[in-house]
Design a protein around this ligand. Structure first.
Ligand SMILES: Cc1cc2nc3c(=O)[nH]c(=O)nc-3n(C[C@H](O)[C@H](O)[C@H](O)COP(=O)(O)O)c2cc1C
Ligand code: SF4
Length: 426
């Protein structure tokens, strides 16, 4: 990794500024936190509000930064057009263990997110707003909220530290007083969300960009990024045993961010492995990544060092993802545990013949069959591992492995963090 610079105190570390200029959503001084007065001194006040803001967001081409890159103006317009009581939610659940960008943003620039939430709520006509975030950020954000005199009341709700907590139907269920588990519904949360009200759910980073568009307008937003994918984006880089958060222009060469390793996982644990030689030729945008069946997701990059085994790492994560499923639908109940056990076998010595084909078949069977995208994302990860780690599969068939250390590479919550033992592949 080039040009990274760890800083004290922050939960994560802004390490590289956006392109050649200064960062946008992160403070210009790496590691600083922008308190209310500094925030307004730097950013000023909104010029575009209400319907004009929704138009500005459309012209800016802002897409969601929570994983799906959905055009933000489409959801804003849908909720704005809905009738009755409405709700707006800033989604900072960040259940993805390899991501830290939302925590970093809430730590370093909380008022940009809170401004974005107010402005988005106002634009859609919501009477109440929620900030949904991990317990680790809650106390600080509560203090930040107390400093403000917001028109629309904001309630802070703690998201359980689970992979699925931030999925939008899980979020709506939690904010309605239920469990933070995805629910099956024929309607969108923008139609029936929190307590049945039309609900705008935007990732906290999306709202921070929206707050900047409200000040500077769409032409300014488009000064960075690519014409198809404008702006900057926060990226969490997991490499060399460290996790750094950085703000980059969309379209930045990946070679500017990562330099060495055997492979890179792009888009998090529902993402795609790419060989390092391929990744280094690509840019950080969905157009370029899409040609290799990858997406940026919520901006996670995780580098597999040469001394590690991609099959062992994928098997650990697959076991975690299978355990994290809500166990409500067939693919999660039957498919993911089988895939996890088979991946553990492939990660061990001399797996049985036919196990690769079984995983491929099950990955096909679970895709598109759940109430949420959890099975699809897990299947994508596993399939990409089988495609990229073919040489490693052959090594394992001979009873050998590339792993030179027991130390796990991809971060997992502590209950799942153990390296594999022999029992895992029995
Ligand atoms: C399994 C799963 C987990 C998700 N977790 C999060 C999350 O932690 N934070 C988040 O903002 N979006 C998460 N999402 C995406 C949300 O469902 C939703 O699309 C997003 O919050 C919308 O905001 P955006 O359009 O601004 O990205 C998740 C989606 C899935 C399928
Ligand atoms: S697909 Fe899996 S994670 Fe999604 S709702 Fe069904 S059981 Fe839960």
């Amino acid at each position: 990794m080039s040009g990274t610079r760890p800083l004290a105190q922050a939960p994560t570390v802004p390490s590289r500024q956006a392109g050649s200029g200064s960062p946008r959503v992160l403070p210009p001084v790496p590691g600083a936190t922008e308190h209310l007065r500094a925030h307004y001194t730097r950013h000023g006040h909104a010029r575009y509000r209400g319907p004009a803001l929704i138009r500005a967001v459309r012209e800016a081409g802002l897409t969601g930064r929570g994983g799906a890159a959905f055009p933000a103006h489409v959801k804003l317009a849908a909720v704005a057009q809905a009738r009755g009581r409405k709700v707006a939610v800033a989604n900072g659940a960040e259940g993805e263990p390899a991501s830290a960008k939302d925590a970093a943003l809430l730590y370093h620039a909380p008022h940009l997110v809170l401004d974005g939430l107010q402005l988005a709520a106002e634009a859609v006509g919501a009477a109440e707003a929620f900030l949904y975030t991990d317990a680790r950020n809650a106390d600080r954000v509560e203090r930040d909220l107390a400093q403000r005199a917001d028109d629309i009341p904001v309630t802070l709700v703690v998201a359980p530290p689970r992979f699925l907590s931030g999925q939008e139907t899980a979020l709506a269920s939690r904010l309605s007083g239920g469990l933070a588990l995805p629910t099956f519904s024929f309607s969108r949360v923008s139609e029936h969300g929190v307590n049945g009200a039309p609900t705008l759910v935007q990732n906290v980073e999306t709202l921070a960009h929206l707050a900047l568009i409200s000040r500077h307008g769409p032409a300014w937003f488009r000064q960075k990024g690519t014409p198809a994918e404008p702006g900057t984006t926060l990226v969490t880089v997991n490499a060399d045993g460290r996790r750094l958060v950085t703000e980059l222009e969309l379209g930045t060469p990946l070679a500017d961010v990562i330099t060495d390793g055997a492979a890179v996982l792009i888009g998090g644990y529902h993402g795609t492995w790419l060989p390092m030689t391929t990744a280094l030729t690509l840019t950080l945008d969905n157009q370029a990544l899409g040609r290799h069946y990858a997406t940026l997701g919520a901006g996670v990059l995780a580098v597999l060092p040469h001394r590690a085994c991609g099959l062992i790492e994928t098997a650990r994560v697959t076991r975690y993802l299978a355990a994290e499923s809500a166990g409500q639908c067939g693919p999660c109940l039957n498919g993911l545990p089988r895939i996890a056990v088979a991946m553990a076998e492939l990660a061990g010595p001399r797996p049985r013949r036919g196990t690769v084909q079984a995983v491929e078949r099950w990955a096909g069977l679970v895709t598109g069959r759940g109430a949420c995208h959890h099975p699809d994302g897990t299947a994508r990860l596993v399939r990409s591992a089988l495609a990229v780690f073919g040489a490693e599969l052959r090594r394992h068939a001979d009873g050998r492995c590339s792993a030179a250390t027991d130390h796990p590479v991809l971060p997992l919550p502590s209950a799942h963090a153990l390296p594999f033992t022999d029992e895992d592949w029995q």
